[in-house]
Unconditional design. Sequence first.
Length: 203
Amino acid sequence: MPRIAEARAGAEPSSPRQRARRQSILKVAADRAAEAGLDRVQMHEVAKSAGVAIGTLYRYFPSKTHLFTALMADRIEGFAARVPERAEGTSPEDAVFETLRSATRNLLRRPALATAMIQSANAARASTVPDLARIDSGFIDLLGRAWGVERPTEHHIARLRLLILLWYGVLQSRLNERLSPEKADADLRTACHLLLAPGPDGG
């Protein structure tokens, strides 16, 4: 399990050059984790391959937990930017299901990296790893748009939050090979319909 090295948030890049450095660090970290797994990722090797000083890496990412949680947040924001418009005749629940299935397939292309990001997010504390909030808000926004809810209430958000927690479990079961792709899809589709179908009041 990744360990948080320092109880502080990482610095935010404030210039195009700093943002480019940050993205370079994330790309190298993703490639290393995809090849060797989280435990074998060394921060000094990430800094060297990214062409930055080790102090620069730790300024942005005080630990591997910060690093891979940030990477997860970036991935979710990337999914959100690519969500297509709902196809005509597709129900809101099926649109959310298709979004989750697409995210699952995308992450499973690099299973060791997916495991690294999930382990890091699970180990992080919201008080010291602000990117956890980016993950939560990004995912809820992503699924809310697929659902077609323009002004979500707390009830909408709670239903999406429950669905996201369930999705994490399904994804972990796919990574552990406890669920086949077919069963995972069936479970996700069932969850979407149970949690998101309109109630008697239409909400």
